[in-house]
Each structure stands twice: as C-alpha cells, then as structure tokens.
Design a protein around this ligand. Structure first.
Ligand code: TRP
Length: 335
C-alpha cells in the first residue's frame, strides 16, 4: 500500500487547554504512530496573524504549542513537524491558487459571512473590521494542504467547508494546468471527545471556561474544584447523565473507571471527593509530560532546532513541487 499523507495545522493563537488535548492533540499523536501514514503537523502562524496583532502573543503561543506536541511524545523522526512560516513555498502557492480561485467562492465562506452579518446587525459598514487575511483564509489553508498533496486532513466540523473549498480550488487548478494536486478529504472523527469547560458549555477560549493543559499541579486541582456541580449533599444520589464533571472524567478514564464513578454517583459520593478523584486521574496522566514541557519551555533553542529540522524535511517535498508548479503556470527560465 502506498503511504497516505495525513496533514493538519494548529493555529498559534492561544494556550493549549484540556479540550485541545483530548479532542485533537492526543488522537493526532496516536495516529502518527501508524506506519502506513506519513504525518505532517504544522504550526499555522500565518493564520494566527488574521486575528491577532499582538506579536508577543503569536510568539508565545507558537512556543507553547510546539513544546506541547513534543512533550506529549510526538515522534519527529516519523512525523514532519514544522512551522508554516518556515516554508516560503506556501505563500507562493497561495498566490498561484488565488489566481485560479473565484472571488465568489470566497464570498460564500462561513467565517467571512459571519463577520459581514455581525456588521449588518450592528448597523456598521459591511466591511468593517474585515481584513483581507480573513477573506483569503481558505486559500492559505488550501495551500497548506496542497503543498504536500495530503490525502487526509483531520479537522473539526467547523472546518469542513474549508476542505470543500480546497477540493474546488485544486480541481480548478488541475483543470487549467494539468493534474498536479490530489483532492484532499476531510476526516472528522465522530468519537472525538468534546469536553465541556468549567461552566458546562463547550470548552473554548471564547467562553473563557478553559482549563489550561499545563497548569502546575496545585492550580490544576483548583481549576477542577471549580467545575460547576449542584447543591446536592454527600449521601444524596447524583445524576450521572447531567454532570459536567463526569463528562470531563469520561474523556480521560477507561470504561471500567467510568462505570465505577457512575456507581459512586448513585451511591451519593460527595462532590469534593469526586473532584479529587478526577484531579488525581488527570494529573497522573499529565505529570510526566508536564515535566518535559517545562524543560522544553525553558529551552526554546531545542524547540527551534526541532522546527528547523522539520522545515527541512517538509521542503524536501515542497521545494521540487513548487518548481514543477512554477513551470506549469509558465514561470520558467528564459533560456
Ligand atoms: N484552520 C484550521 C483551524 O483553525 C487550522 C489550519 C490551518 C489547518 N491550515 C490548515 C487545518 C490546514 C488543517 C489543514 O483549526
């Protein structure tokens, strides 16, 4: 079987939290151990500029996310792990693709349309606050994917439209210039674990309810103690079907451990005791990696070296491929 290329990007715009860990990072690292796939994981720092004009924040997030993947055991001798901005072929491809993408296709982007609609509702000019980065976002993302001819792209449901656009853009380029690109497929893992935040809504930066992944032990305990429960007293049975705490625990525990906790709910476990169990479980899963994380964060040169090596590997594919594409569009030496 020919190796399948699996590629995904992580926007460098925040601090990794428990939701990112169980929903994306942990399954991606596990999948990259499959010898039949070639994995490309990258830090989408160009994408982060669309929403953030704070350079320190972009830099800090890049450092934290890179350290996170390495601390959690990503094997960079198998997976290609790099920073988008180290591959100058990507912005070049973005331009080629921009020139064969209909503006009308971009007008239909959900993210762009949502911003226009917000402006409409608040009586602003329709273009208010919308930069060209937001408008062109799907083309940059398409270039990320096509640059390595990825077959499969694991993404959240919110990114499905971008994958449809990537296929459209690839097909259009292929139609004009010959078949250069594989049409990529989205992979949405239906059992991906989505966990709620402390208040019970989806764990997300925008709700301010996240539990950062690398909190020191004491703070992690405190954050878990803050998960919303109800006023049932110790000894009173608790409802396992309506419990943020149990949903979070289930993303970490195996089925036996989960069943034990469900039984404890029926038996009226005190909330404080249940939270202590959840804390100890999550802490045990993370504590070794947390030490590696802290060592890495204290030594950014090591992370930088990893990323540069990853970029070199990525360019083994990207550099000859962009030459082929330049040739295809008619950008060639004159003699
Ligand atoms: N847009 C993706 C997100 O916000 C991040 C991303 C950028 C990406 N380029 C990509 C994901 C290419 C998959 C493939 O989640």
């Amino acid at each position: 079987m020919k190796k399948q290329t699996v590629l995904t990007g992580i926007t460098t715009s925040g601090t990794p939290h428990l939701g990112n860990y169980v929903g994306a990072i942990k399954p991606a690292i596990a999948a990259s151990r499959d010898p039949d796939v070639r994995s490309y994981f990258f830090l989408a720092d160009y994408h982060s500029l669309i929403k953030s004009t704070d350079p320190e924040r972009v830099l800090q997030s890049t450092l934290e996310i890179a350290a996170t993947w390495l601390a959690l055991g990503l094997d960079t001798s198998k997976a290609v792990f790099y920073r988008q901005s180290d591959i100058s072929e990507i912005p070049e491809l973005t331009w080629f693709l921009s020139c064969s993408t209909a503006k009308g296709l971009m007008n239909r982007s959900h993210a762009y349309k949502a911003s226009v609609q917000e402006n409409q509702e608040s009586g602003e000019d329709l273009d208010h606050g919308i930069n060209m980065g937001l408008f062109n976002y799907p083309i940059l993302m398409t270039a990320d994917i096509l640059m390595f001819n990825a077959h499969k792209v694991p993404v959240g449901k919110d990114q499905l439209q971008h994958l449809e656009m990537a296929r459209d853009i690839a097909a259009r380029f292929n139609h004009s210039y010959g078949k250069h690109f594989v049409l990529p497929e989205a992979v949405v893992d239906e059992d991906t674990k989505l966990i709620p935040g402390q208040d019970g809504r989806k764990m997300s930066k925008s709700y301010n309810n996240t539990i950062p992944l690398w909190l020191p032990e004491k703070q992690l305990r405190k954050a878990i103690m803050k998960i919303k429960t109800n006023s049932l007293e110790p000894g009173e049975a608790k409802d396992p079907n309506d419990s943020t705490l149990l949903t979070i625990y289930s993303a970490f525990a195996n089925s036996e451990q989960k069943a034990e906790m469900v039984q404890a709910y029926h038996d009226g476990i005190a909330w404080g005791t249940a939270k202590q169990i959840v804390f100890e479980h999550i802490n045990a899963e993370l504590s070794e990696a947390r030490e590696r994380y802290e060592a890495l964060i204290a030594n950014p040169a090591e992370i930088e070296a990893e990323l540069l090596q990853g970029a070199e590997k990525a360019r083994e594919y990207a550099t000859p491929f962009i030459q082929t594409l330049r040739h295809a569009v008619g950008i060639r030496p004159l003699a």
